[in-house]
Design a protein around this ligand. Structure first.
Ligand SMILES: Cc1ncc(COP(=O)(O)O)c(C=O)c1O
Length: 387
């Protein structure tokens, strides 16, 4: 790692023809893709170099988690989050969506339920259903744009069949980083109802607010060690989603065994390149990450200014983490906003996918020039919609 090295986030290469899900949605149309949580930046050069080296070896046989990747995760948890984990607490999955699905199978019988809150990253809603389990959900409370848990709504949503609570921290899409006090309340709630806790912390290294700290559930208390599982991956921070390399930390042996059993036969060994990238990102990506956060803060400021000045009937949720801005459009009543923006050349995620119509999610993890262009197009669309 070179503290002085300057990385470049200004002119990412075009992604057409690379099979990019993000860009191919609008193939052959002049629509800027500002939707799925995938950034347009090239990964840290340290990661690319490690991948070249691994490719240079030339043999791509079945690969178990490499010592380098396991050690990198253990060291990363200690140095970045102050948490000591054991190497054998790690189970590797080809992405966290498979982990959300596996957890539903591992910890709920058919007919039993997963509880979560909305809005939420859509696979939290689909995983229980895909696995033939029941989904219960409660809305988060939205107090003038700032979200918090609504404990009475959660009490109403829970049933005697509920076995596990799915939490997202930091939260996609509302951008909250739950405080220590909020996490304690989550734990109290789970204890009172004898629920396991799943904590998806994939966005934890993308904190935008300088004076906010991520608190992992793993650092909470001994209850959390025995009753929770934590989902993590370097993929969001270092833009490695296509390498499908994620992991689940499960300190408790019997929870770990159940998870392992539920994934048997469903996933192969992970991609050997994923392990190489994971190790390199955690070992050598820190300076790059710091500079990425500066760019994201700058981009977010542009989004804030555009909404406040030029789309005043929208409300932007104050964002503490991630590169995903959550916009409340209900003040400019029109249920066609995502379509209107798409017709004006900006592709956003629609709030209904997250369980809450009337909202849009804007991915600003791209060059500042593209963020500016997308906001200009949105301004024009807003004006021509005559609100
Ligand atoms: C909260 C959350 N969990 C999981 C994922 C997906 O993870 P993966 O690509 O590892 O399946 C995302 C992607 O946006 C996410 O936001």
């Amino acid at each position: 790692m070179n503290e002085k090295q300057q990385y470049h986030f200004t002119d990412p290469p075009p992604r057409a023809g690379t099979g990019s899900i993000k860009w191919d949605r609008y193939r052959d149309r002049d629509v800027l893709p500002m939707w799925v949580a995938d950034m347009d930046f090239t990964s840290p050069p340290e990661v690319i170099e490690a991948l070249h080296e691994r490719v240079g070896h030339g043999i791509f046989g079945y690969t178990s988690p490499t010592d380098a990747a396991v050690r990198a995760v253990v060291d990363y948890m200690r140095t970045s989050h102050g948490i000591d984990i054991e190497p054998d607490w790690l189970l590797w999955t080809p992405g966290l969506v498979p982990a959300l699905n596996t957890a539903a199978r591992a910890y709920c019988e058919p007919g039993q339920s997963v509880l979560t809150t909305v809005p939420i990253y859509p696979p939290f809603l689909s995983a229980p259903r895909y696995q033939g389990r029941v989904l219960n959900f409660a809305p988060l409370a939205n107090e003038q744009g700032r979200y918090r848990y609504d404990w009475s709504a959660l009490e109403r949503a829970i049933t005697p069949q509920t076995r596990i609570f799915y939490m997202c921290n930091p939260h996609n899409p509302v951008g909250r980083v739950w405080t220590r006090e909020e996490l304690s309340k989550v734990i109290e709630f789970c204890k009172a109802h004898q629920l396991l806790l799943l904590s998806d912390e994939i966005h934890c290294d993308l904190i935008l607010e300088q004076d906010i700290t991520h608190h992992s559930i793993l650092g909470a208390d001994s209850w959390a060690h025995e009753n929770s599982i934590t989902l993590l991956s370097p993929s969001k921070t270092y833009n490695l989603c296509g390498l499908a390399c994620s992991y689940v930390i499960i300190p408790d042996r019997s929870l770990r065994r159940n998870f392992h059993r539920a994934m048997r036969g469903l996933f192969n060994e992970l991609n050997c390149l994923g392990y190489a990238a994971c190790a390199a990102a955690y070992r050598g990506g820190e300076t790059w990450r710091g500079q990425l956060l500066d760019v994201l803060r700058q981009n977010y400021k542009l989004v804030q200014e555009a909404i406040a000045n030029d789309m005043p009937r929208f409300q932007l949720t104050p964002l503490e983490a991630t590169y995903l801005a959550w916009i409340d459009t209900r003040g400019a009543a029109n249920d066609r906003w995502s379509q209107i923006f798409e017709e004006h050349g900006v592709g956003l995620s629609n709030g209904s996918e997250f369980g809450t119509p009337g909202f849009l999610r804007f991915n600003f993890g791209t060059s500042t020039a593209q963020v500016r262009e997308a906001l200009d197009r949105m301004r024009q669309a807003y004006q021509s919609a005559g609100v």
